[in-house]
Design a protein around this ligand. Sequence first.
Ligand SMILES: Nc1ncnc2c1ncn2[C@@H]1O[C@H](COP(=O)(O)OP(=O)(O)OP(=O)(O)O)[C@@H](O)[C@H]1O
Ligand SMILES: [Zn+2]
Length: 894
Amino acid sequence: MKITEVDLSNIKSYKQGTIKLTEGVNAVIGQNGAGKSTVQEAVGFALFDHLRLTQSEFVRDGENSGKVAVKFISNKNGKEYTVERYADRSIHRILDEDGNKLDLTDKDERVQWLKEHLGVPESNSLEKLWKSSIGVPQTQFTNDFAKSQSKREGVFNPLLDVDVYDDLWSELKDVNDELRKEINEIEKDLEGLHAQVEGLEETREEKDDLEDDIEELETDLEDAEEQLEDKEDRLETLQEIDDEIEELEKKIKEKENTIENREESLGEAEKALEEAEEAQEIIDEVEDAYEEYEEKDEELEKLRERKQEKDDVEDRITEIEKKISQLEAKKENLEEQVEKAEKAQEKMDELEDKKKRQKELEDKLDGIEDKEDKIEELKTDLEDAEDELDELETEIKDLEKEIEEIKEKKETAEKLESLEEKEQEFRDEKSRLEANIDDYKEAISILEDAEGADCPTCGQDLDAEHRQKVLTEKREEKESAENRIQEIDSKLEELEEEIEEAEEAQRQVQRLDDLNPQLKEKQEEKQEQETEIKEIKKEIKSLEEEIDSKDKVESELEELDDPRSDYKEAEVTYQNNKDAESGLEEVEEELEEWEEKKEEKQDELDEFGDIETKIEEIEDRLDELEDDHRKYVSKEETAEKVEERQERVDDLEQEIEGLESEVEEFEDQLSEKEEQLDPEELEQLESEVDDLKGDIREYETRIEEKEGQVDDLEDEIEEMEEAKQDLEEKEDEYTELKKDLEYGEFLRTKMRDAGEQVREVMIKKISKEADRIYRQLRGNPGEKLEWRKDYKIIVEENDQRKPFQKLSGGEKMSAALAVRLAILQLLSDVDIVFLDEPTTNLDSEKKGNLVDQIQELNGFEQLTVVSHDDTFESMTEHVIAVEKQNGASKVVDQ
Ligand SMILES: Nc1ncnc2c1ncn2[C@@H]1O[C@H](COP(=O)(O)OP(=O)(O)OP(=O)(O)O)[C@@H](O)[C@H]1O
Ligand SMILES: [Zn+2]
C-alpha cells in the first residue's frame, strides 16, 4: 500500500495545498509552524479515523468547513482510490479511479473496507494502530513507554491482539456463572418434586377402598326402590276412593249453601213486595193534587218567560233615553258654534273697507321710505362726484404750472448745438498743441546733446551761443503751449457743465408733446363732472318734494289701529265654526228619530200588563200543593214495581224445592262409597311409604359423597404422576449441566494460559526485531535492547542494564522508534509509516545513522518523515518543502 497524494482545502494553515508522495522515503521539510504535521494529521483523519484536535479546530480559521482528500494504492487489488473527508461536515466517502462513489452504507462498512484495503487486521482498530505505530503524534512517541504498567497495557495489549483471550476468559466466567445458577435452581426444583411424589401408592389404595363401599350401597338402594313401588300401587287405589268421598261431601255442602242463600233472598223479595203495595195506596190518595201542581207549574214557567221579555223592553227604553240626552248636549254645543260663526261674519263685513284703506296707506308709506333710501344714496354719489372734481382741478393746476416752467427752459435747450461746436474747436486746438510739444521735446533733447551737429530749426552749425538761444526759444515755446493746454482744459470743464444743462433742458422741452394733450383731456373730464353734479342735485330736489306727505300717511294709519289683525282674528273664528250649521241640522234629525223609537217601545211595554201579580198568585198556590206533590213523586217508582216483585217471590220458592231433592240423591251415593274404604289401612300404608323414601334419600347422599372423594383422589394421583415425569426430566438436565460446567471451567483456564503464551511469543519476536533495528540505529554492536512482556524497554550496554526512564533523550527516541517499527513489521500488512521529528535529541552521527537506517528499513513500501531538520534534504530521494507565506502554508518544492 502507498499514499500518492494528500490534498488539503481550508485545513489549518492551508488554503489549498497538494502534497505528492512517492514510494520509499519522503521528507516533508519546513520551519516550525510551516504546516508539516498537518499533512500527517490529514492522513490520520481521512484513512485512520483519528484526529487529535476537534474538527472545528482542524478547519482553517474563518472558514465553515475544510476538506482532506487522500489518494492511495490498495493493498488488496493494487487500484488507486481517493478517500475524501470533510472537517465540520459529515461527509466521509471513498471514490474509485473513475471518481465514482463506492456504495458503503454506514460507518461500519466504511471501516471494514478501509481495513481490507489498507492491510489492517480485522481485529485491530484503525485508530489504535495509527496512534501507536503508523502515525504516532510527536508528543506520544516516547511517552507511551514511560507510562505505568497498566497504561502501557492499555496501549499495546489491543495491538498484540491478546485482548481476545482475556475477553474470552472473562466472558467464559459469565457463561460458567450462568451454568452454576441454573444447576442451583434445578437442585431446588428436584427437592420439591421428590416431596410431591412420596404419597402416590397410599393414595391409590385409598381410592380402591372407596370404590368397594360405593358398590355395596348401590345394591341396598335397589332393594328399597322395589319395595317402594309395590306399596305405592296399593296406596293409589285407596286414595282414589278417599278422593271420591271428599268430592261428594263437598257437593252436598255446596247445595246446602245455595239453599240457605235462596231462602234469604226469598225473605227480602217478600218484604219488597209489601213495600210496593203500600206505595200504591199512597199514590191513589194524592193523585189530584199532583196533577194540579204540574199544570200550575207549567203556567208559571210561561209567565216568567214573558216577564223576561218585558224587562228587555224596559232596558231598551233606558238605553234610548241615554242616547237622546247625549244628542241634546251635542245640539246645544253646535248652536253656540253657529252663533259664533254668524257674529264673526258680521265683524268681517264691518272691517272690510278699513282693511283695504290700511293696505293702501301701507303701500304708500313703503314707496316713501324707498325714496328716502334713494335720496341717501344720491347724496353719497354727490359727495364722491364733488371730491373727484376737486382732484381734477388740482391736477389741471399742476400740469399748467409744469408746462409754464418747461417753456422757460426753451432758450437754454436751443444753445446746445453751438456749445457742442465750441467744445469740438477746443479739442482740435488741444491736440494740435500736444503734437507741437512733442516736436519741442525732440528738439530740446537734440540741443542738449553736446555731439549734435546741425541746428534742428535752422540747420546751420551749432555753436554754443546758437545752441543756448535756440534752446531757450524752444523751452519758452514748449512752456507757452503747455500753459495754453491747461487753459483749454478748464474751459472744457465749464463747457461740459453747460452742455449737460442744455441736454437736460432739451429733454424737458420734448415732454411738452405729452403734457399738452394730457391737460386738454383733464379739462374735458372736469366739464363732464360738473354736469353730472348738477343732474344729481336736481334729482334729489324732486325726490324731497315727493316725500312731503309722509307725516299725514303715518297719522292716518295710527288712527285706523290695525283693522287687518281684527279681521284675521274674526276670520279664524269663522273658519273654526262655519261647519257647525250643517252638523246642527243632522243632530236635530237624529234626535227626532230617537224620540219616535222611544214612543214605539213604550207602547210595546204597555201591552205586557201586570204580569208580576199573576206570577205571585200562582207561586202561593204551588206552595200549598208542594207536600202532596213531593209524596207522589217519591212513591211513584216503587208503586210501579208491585207485579214484578210478585213474580220474583214465586221464582225463588220453586228453585229451593229443586235443590232440596238434589241433596238427597248425593247423600245416598256417599254412604255407598264409605262402605268400600278402611281408614286404618290407608294410614299404615302412608307411613311405610314415607320411611322407604327416607332410606333411599340417605343411600343416594352417601353414594354421592363417596364419589366426590374418589374424584379428588383421582386429581391428586394425576398431579403426582405429572410431577414424577418432571422429576425424571429434570434429573437428566441436571446431569447434562454438571458436565457443561466442568467443560466451561476447563476451557476458561486454558484460555487464560493460551493468551499469556501467545503474547509472550509475540513480544519475544518483536523484541528480537526491535533489538536488531536499535543496534542498526545506534551503530554500536555493544548495545542491546529488550522489550519485556510487561512492555518495558530495557537497554543493556556493556552488561549494564538501563530502564527506559534512565535513557538519554536520543537513546529514548532510538529505542521507541525501534520498537514501533518492529511492531509494524510484525503485526500488520500496513507497510507505510509517518515519523514526526524523529531526530529530536539525536547528535549528528546518530542522525546520520537514523537516516541511513530508515533508507534501509526493509518491509516498508513508503516512509514519510516530517522534520525541520535539513539533514534529510541531502539524504532522501523525495523532498517536499513547505513554507508559510502571508499566513498560508504553501508547497514550494517537491
Ligand atoms: N485552524 C487553523 N487555522 C489556521 N491556522 C492554523 C489552524 N490551526 C493551526 N494553525 C497554524 O498552522 C500552522 C501549521 O501547523 P503545523 O502543526 O502543521 O506546523 P508544523 O509545520 O508541523 O510546525 P512544528 O515544526 O512547529 O511542529 C501553525 O502555525 C499553526 O498555528
Ligand atoms: Zn539753428
